[in-house]
Design a protein around this ligand. Structure first.
Ligand SMILES: Nc1nc2c(c(=O)[nH]1)N[C@@H](CNc1ccc(C(=O)N[C@@H](CCC(=O)N[C@@H](CCC(=O)N[C@@H](CCC(=O)O)C(=O)O)C(=O)O)C(=O)O)cc1)CN2
Ligand SMILES: [Zn+2]
Length: 765
């Protein structure tokens, strides 16, 4: 019999219960015990939910209080020393690794001041993990039995689960060495593998029938030494006697398939949503005992699975290896999609029927499994409904709007190019903006306070009028502008108080998108987003940001920076269509933004920032596919911004520090000023900065942490930057927007940043 499996379930909760509980714990409102109880309830609820939908194999250890990768750092004792010197509880040590901790001495306990670990994007998704950190001093050992405890917790509730572990090769490939350390993470594999053996043995003892072991790096181009390490590593793991399902996802295995041949694992999971060719490739190396887990229900998007096509793929696998050795699974963890469609009653029924969220994906897995086990007749109604939904979608008028397609057909190459080269237009901009050396600015958002969120919530619910809400927003903008003037910033922003999210907000203003009320997806830690869904051709019916930016400019004589989200970021942080090329969707968004940019310019806004933080994560996982992506991504940005006058200054912003891979693309955007995250990566940007030809503002403080760096730390960073960046090209700014911060630390951060800038100006005048 074929079995169904889920590789990981969203843990945040239908109503973001986990977010609320962890945030309550952090602010001292609930105890660790209460937090643990809330977590336990959620785990149980999610296991039951999956079982109720008919899933055979449900995961455990997919739960995490902050990040499942960081859980492994913690479990295997890869805890940098800086987190251990304060005598914190294990739970607080864990949270300090995730979000840093800064608190004054109190009750006889010493002051704590420690930044978080580095946060990086999980492959090409909008999920962030905490990069594991190892050093010469790292001693892997079993520091936590979380995986075993959660397995037993489910067992106690009569639910047999399959524990999920991140594989050791992926763990170390994604890890970095602490700055002063000479160790190469991957060299630590033999030691780490022994710790894994210990954990696997415990899982076997506890009764785990099989263990899912994730090795997603197998979808990447890998160095030979990494590929070669699989054999010995998995031979070591085999000593534990656990039945391992080696799990790959997010792309084609290509030549990496070779190392899977003969690996001592009980089964292999492949993603056939992203890479249908994985099926034939894997069948060609599978031993005659191994199980094949076919990832056919996408863990990355919200579209219903095409049952007819899926059944054909599963049947092919069954024909090759027999039904006892086939598992029908989600392509990856379904962490990346919202909890459920129930309650999304504002969605038009004719559109809602195109979607499946996490709970509905579980039901899909059960239906597909039944279809192949008992024959199509056993689920005829479901198969017919699925086919009818697909047909309705294909025939819907919103998927092909003539006016949008006509405009796309009329796009010319000249529309992508500014009239004058950077050097010349920047001096015109300087004449008009009159900025000091090392101009200071922020990235856009200021704290989204409880008051702002609650007021918006009232407006959304119809409890206050549009006039009241507008007046409230204008007030917020005025306050933020005055704050920036007082503190001495040079290029101001309006603070983005009117935005629920930098992508959702734009989606709501454009045609072709729909939204959820409760479709939350975890982005990092307790932070979530509600990605809009692109359902049809996209256009911009009217101004989206002009009212707020023009108002903000009207209350100050300093330059006000207009603030837009650029095309690739809108595309990637939405759920894109799967029936049209992404390049076409990006161009549609770009044309809408182009109109917005020109309207802002007309309204007297002389500096316009188009944020493109998702540019890097959009890079295909394989280098061979990069050029084609970079081409349309860069064109979309240039189409959006290329129409402005010489003295209108275009900024862009990126929040990641792996600048190297994307350097040429960023240069190709032809923006006048770019800001880029930098503070958390040991200033590793430095080496490439000197080659950048326009202005650049490497981030000076980490906005993900409440920790406030002292003036001296800012000054040191500025001094270091001056060594790489020409003095007339350096801008001073934070890593990213300040929306997640509170006012006290925002004020302190910016004050220190500005004091340090003034000292640097005096020294470099
Ligand atoms: N889409 C997206 N991806 C991104 C980023 C981003 O900004 N957007 N930034 C990077 C880092 N990721 C981030 C992701 C989320 C948040 C974030 O702040 N999320 C907020 C929610 C933002 C939001 O949608 N706010 C809404 C709804 C707020 C809300 O929860 N309202 C309450 C009611 C009010 C209250 O009691 O607080 C409710 O609905 O129940 C609004 O302001 O309107 C959160 O989790 O807390 C920050 C960074 C990378 N990826
Ligand atoms: Zn950012």
């Amino acid at each position: 019999m074929v079995q169904s499996a889920v590789l990981g379930f969203p843990r945040i909760g239908k109503n973001r219960e986990l977010k609320k509980a962890t945030e309550a714990y952090w602010s001292g409102k609930i105890s660790a015990d209460e937090l643990n109880t809330a977590a336990k309830n959620l785990r149980l609820e999610h296991w039951k939910l999956q079982k109720d939908q008919g899933v055979d194999i449900v995961p455990s250890n997919d739960f995490s209080f902050y990040d499942q990768i960081m859980d492994h750092s913690f479990t295997f004792n890869a805890i940098p020393e800086r987190y251990l010197k304060y005598d914190l509880t294990p739970l607080d040590t864990y949270f300090a690794m995730g979000r840093g901790m800064q608190r004054p001495a109190a009750d006889g306990k010493p002051a704590v001041d420690v930044p978080s670990q580095e946060m990086v994007k999980w492959f090409d998704s909008n999920y962030h993990f905490l990069r594991p950190e190892v050093s010469d001093k790292t001693e892997f050992k079993l520091n936590s039995t979380k995986a075993v405890d959660e397995f037993l917790e489910a067992k106690q509730a009569n639910i047999q689960t399959r524990p999920v572990l991140l594989g050791p090769v992926t763990f170390l490939y994604l890890a970095k060495a602490t700055k002063e350390s000479s160790v190469k993470p991957i060299d630590l594999l033999p030691k780490l593998a022994s710790a894994y053996v210990e954990l696997l043995k415990k899982l076997v003892e506890a009764g785990a029938e099989s263990v899912q072991i994730d090795e997603p790096i197998l979808a990447l181009d890998l160095p030979k030494e990494v590929l070669d390490s699989y054999k010995s590593t998995y031979e070591t793991l085999a000593q534990a006697g656990a039945k391992l399902i080696l799990t790959t996802y997010f792309g084609p295995l290509k030549q990496n398939i070779e190392i899977l041949k003969g690996l001592p694992v009980a089964g292999i999971h492949i993603d056939v949503c992203r890479a249908p060719e994985n099926l034939d490739d894997t069948l060609s190396i599978l031993s005659d005992k191994q199980v094949l887990s076919v990832g056919i229900v996408s863990g990355r998007n919200i579209w219903k699975t095409d049952f007819q096509k899926a059944v054909a793929v599963i049947e092919k696998a069954i024909a090759a290896v027999g039904s006892e050795r086939v598992i029908v699974a989600s392509s990856s963890s379904i962490l990346h999609i919202p909890h459920s469609l129930s309650g999304e009653d504002q969605l038009k029924p004719e559109i809602k029927r195109w979607f499946a969220f996490a709970v509905e994906k579980c039901a899909e897995l059960a239906i597909l499994t039944k279809a192949v086990n008992e024959g199509p007749a056993s689920v005829r109604k479901e198969l017919e409904a699925n086919a009818a939904d697909a047909k309705a979608r294909a025939e819907s008028p919103i998927t092909n709007v003539k006016a949008v397609r006509d405009r796309q057909a009329a796009v010319t190459p000249e529309m992508h190019t500014r009239a004058t080269p950077f050097e010349k237009r920047y001096s015109l901009q300087q004449e008009s903006l009159k900025l000091p050396q090392f101009p200071t600015t922020t990235i856009g958002s200021f704290p989204q306070t409880k008051e702002i969120r609650v007021t918006r919530n009232k407006f959304v619910k119809g409890l206050i009028s549009a006039e009241e809400y507008d007046a409230f927003i204008r007030n917020e903008i005025t306050d933020v502008v005055k704050f920036q003037e007082n503190i001495g910033l040079d290029v101001l922003v309006h603070g983005e108080p009117e935005r629920n999210d930098m992508v959702q907000y734009f989606g709501e203003k454009m045609e072709g998108f729909v939204f959820t009320v409760n479709g939350w997806v975890q982005s990092y830690g307790s932070r979530c987003v509600r990605p809009p869904i692109i359902v049809g051709d996209v256009s911009r019916p009217g101004p989206m940001t002009v009212k707020e930016s023009a108002f903000a400019q009207s209350v100050t004589s300093k330059p006000m920076k207009g603030m837009l989200t650029a095309p690739i970021t809108i595309l990637r942080w939405s759920f894109p269509r799967d029936d049209v090329e992404e390049s076409i969707q990006a161009q549609q968004i770009a044309l809408g933004l182009r109109d917005e940019v020109l309207d802002l310019e007309k309204a007297g806004v002389r500096v316009i920032q188009c944020d493109e933080p998702a540019l890097r994560e959009g890079l295909p996982l394989r280098r061979a596919d990069w050029a084609q992506y970079v081409d349309y991504a860069v064109k979309a940005f240039r189409l959006a911004t290329g129409g402005v006058k010489d003295d209108t200054q275009i900024h862009s912003h990126f929040c990641y520090s792996d600048f190297n891979d994307i350097f040429d693309a960023i240069q190709g955007l032809d923006a006048d000023v770019v800001s880029i995250e930098n503070s958390k990566s040991d200033m590793k940007l430095m080496s490439v900065l000197s080659n950048y030809k326009s202005c650049i503002g490497p981030g000076l403080f980490d906005i993900h942490s409440p920790r406030v760096p002292p003036v001296e730390e800012f000054k040191e960073r500025i001094d270091a930057l001056i060594k790489s960046v020409p003095k007339n090209r350096l801008w001073i700014n934070p890593d990213c927007g300040l929306k997640t911060r509170g006012w006290p630390e925002t004020t302190a951060d910016l004050e220190n940043m500005i004091v340090a800038t003034r000292i640097a100006r005096n020294e470099n005048a």
